[in-house]
Design a protein around this ligand. Structure first.
Ligand code: AMP
Length: 199
C-alpha cells in the first residue's frame, strides 16, 4: 500500500514523500479515502498512529478544491485540539503537508497575547488550528467568523472532554454551518463523545 493509491493529489504526495513517509499507517489508509469522499468519520486512534496526517492531508485537498478566488478568504477548515502543544504540532503538520498548496493556516491557543492572533486572522486564513477556550474568545470579540467552515476536526476528543471543554465544544459546533464535514478522532468512545459527533 502506498500513498498514491489513496486518491491524494501530486502536491500532497510530493510533500508526503519529502517528509519521509512511504507507507500510510492503518488509520491513514482508512480515513484518507473516506474524507476525500466527503463523508463524516468517527475514528478510534491514539497519539502516534499517524492520525494528524490522516485528517490533515484529505482536508487540505478538499479545501484546495473548493477555494474561491479573490478577496479575503473565510476560515473553511477548523481543527480543535485540547492543548497548545498539540495545536502547535498540528499547525506544523498543516504547513508541512500543505506547502505546495496555496492555503494559509493559523494556530490559536490561550496563555499568550491575543493581539498577534487577531492581526493574523484579520488577513484571512483558510485553516485554523485551535484550543477551544481561546477560539471562543475570538468569536466573542468578533475577530473570527466560523459561519463558512466546511470541515471540522475534533482531535483527541476524549481528552478535550476530560479537560472540561464539553460546553465550549458544543458552543463552537453550534456556530458552524449545519452542512459541513465532521471528523472526530478519539482514543476512547463514551456516549458523550458520540453525542458531540452528531451534527
Ligand atoms: P500522530 O499520531 O499524528 O501524532 O503521528 C505520530 C508520528 O508518526 C509523527 O511523528 C508523524 O510524523 C509520524 N507519521 C505519520 N504518518 C506516518 C507514515 N505514514 N509513515 C511514517 N511515519 C508517520
Amino acid at each position: 500500500m502506498t500513498f498514491d493509491t489513496l486518491g491524494l493529489q501530486a502536491e500532497l504526495l510530493r510533500a508526503v514523500v519529502e517528509t519521509g513517509y512511504s507507507t500510510p499507517t492503518p488509520v491513514q489508509q482508512k480515513a484518507i479515502p473516506a474524507v476525500l469522499d466527503g463523508g463524516d468519520i468517527l475514528a478510534g486512534a491514539q497519539t502516534g498512529t499517524g492520525k494528524t496526517a490522516a485528517f490533515t492531508l484529505p482536508m487540505l485537498q478538499r479545501l484546495n478544491a473548493s477555494t474561491k478566488p479573490g478577496g479575503k478568504r473565510p476560515v473553511r477548515g477548523l481543527i480543535l485540539t485540547p492543548t497548545r502543544e498539540l495545536a502547535a504540532q498540528i499547525g506544523e503538520s498543516v504547513t508541512t503537508y500543505g506547502r505546495y498548496m496555496p492555503l494559509s493556516s493559523s494556530v490559536i491557543f490561550g496563555g499568550v497575547n491575543i493581539r498577534p492572533q487577531i492581526n493574523t486572522l484579520r488577513k484571512g486564513v483558510d485553516i485554523v488550528v485551535a484550543t477551544p477556550g481561546r477560539l471562543l474568545d475570538h468569536v466573542s470579540q468578533k475577530t473570527l467568523d466560523l459561519s463558512q467552515v466546511e470541515i471540522v476536526v475534533l482531535d483527541e476528543a476524549d481528552r478535550m472532554l476530560d479537560m472540561g471543554f464539553i460546553h465550549d465544544i458544543r458552543k463552537i459546533l453550534a456556530l458552524l454551518p449545519q452542512k459541513r464535514q465532521s471528523l472526530l478522532f478519539s482514543a476512547t468512545f463514551s456516549s458523550e463523545i458520540k453525542s458531540i459527533s452528531l451534527p
